[in-house]
Design a protein around this ligand. Structure first.
Ligand SMILES: [Zn+2]
Length: 365
């Protein structure tokens, strides 16, 4: 590439109060992960490069399709069938002289997310599935890495910043009830390329603030953009008192009939979300790490220690064991129900012992 002078290249940013010369140097040492390099992510990548962010990590498992080409402008017709991240890395590298790019053709899930986000300062959520978002958000929440969410469909878009501050709502408070629904996909409802540029413009403006240690504006407010009416409005969100992600689990027994939610960190594993059915001595535990057990193998492992674990019921996708007066049902996804334990502490201890037992005996095989 032709010799380009850093100061000359970015000279138009120096008079800006939002960046300035000092800010420009800071950006050079920042690392941003872009989750998804499709309609939103390709625009985000170009804007972050234009601003002079020094390090980008691109993650997407998808390949380029014909219908991507009108709005995903990093990709050309000859790229159809190639991995998006590889082409994006290549094009951005040719176009922008001051950026280092790392790319992962990977699926983001509970297992990969904590690894992918290691060492990054900020995550740009440019995904199109809420199930994937959930894994990414949860990993970012645990690692305290801010995430800026953006979504677009048809002629509308929305965005919000999640900085994990204890006063601000987390993604689960705001988006926890949304599930992927085929009726809401871009393939069915379409997507206007113009809305992508508008929402990502706002998204990267929030990114710039976070990267330059300024306060982001959308940590309690979702911004909604309607292209057809050119209306932009704000919806205020509060932290949910019952959120199982951002409230530490409170161990008091609670009133019979109440449902309490919270999270707890298990050493060596990660965080678990706990739902407590007050008055029923029942706790439902949902681990944040990815589990996909073959129940038959788990049953075999548990049978090796009949003194410790007494198997009472088994099914294709679950097994129930009796330990210390408690009944523990494990689903193949790792979601576990502990019944009849005397306290939350006992339920967590039994669960942790069981996880350690399975882990130890699986590693030893
Ligand atoms: Zn929350």
């Amino acid at each position: 590439m032709k010799d380009i002078n850093f100061d000359t290249y970015f000279s138009r940013h120096y008079p800006l109060s939002s960046i300035g010369k000092e800010g420009q140097l800071k950006l050079k040492y920042r690392t941003v992960l872009i989750a998804g390099v499709g309609g939103l992510g390709t625009v985000a990548a170009e804007l972050l490069c234009s601003l002079g962010v020094g390090n980008l990590v691109l993650v997407d498992y998808d390949v380029i399709e014909e219908s991507n080409l009108p709005r995903q402008k990093l990709y050309f017709p000859e790229d159809i069938g190639k991995a998006k991240v590889e082409v994006a890395e290549d094009r951005l590298g040719q176009r922008y002289p001051f950026v280092n790019i790392t790319s992962h053709a990977a699926i983001i899930d509970g297992l990969s997310a904590p690894e992918l986000i290691k060492g990054v300062d900020l995550v740009i959520d440019a995904l199109d599935l809420f199930s994937t978002r959930k894994s990414l958000f949860r990993a970012c929440h645990i690692a305290s890495i801010p995430v800026i969410f953006a979504g677009a469909i048809a002629d509308s878009a929305n965005l919000m910043t999640f900085d994990h501050s204890p006063d601000n709502p987390c993604y689960n408070c705001v988006l926890g009830n949304i599930n992927d629904d085929d009726g809401q996909s871009c393939a069915i409802r379409g997507v206007n390329p113009l809305i992508l540029h508008m929402v990502v413009g706002f998204q990267i403006s929030e990114a710039l603030k976070i990267l330059l240690d300024q306060a982001p504006l959308l940590t309690q407010t979702m911004k909604i953009i309607e292209l057809n009416s050119l209306e932009i409005y704000d919806v205020k969100f509060n932290k949910l008192e019952t959120c199982s992600v951002c409230n530490p689990m409170d161990s008091s027994p609670g009133k019979p009939g109440d449902i309490k939610k919270g999270n707890y960190e298990i050493e060596g594993f990660g965080s678990i979300n706990i739902t407590s059915m007050c008055g029923r001595n029942t706790w439902i535990i949902d681990p944040s790490w990815e589990i996909n057990w073959e129940i038959e193998s788990v049953v075999e492992l548990l049978k090796k220690s009949p003194d410790l674990y007494q198997i009472t019921v088994t099914g294709d996708k679950y097994v129930t064991v009796f330990i210390e007066n408690s009944h523990i049902s494990l689903l193949n996804t790792g979601v576990t129900t502990v019944k009849k334990s005397d306290s939350l502490e006992t339920a967590i201890r039994l669960y942790t012992d069981l996880m350690n037992y399975i882990k130890k005996n699986t590693t030893n095989q």
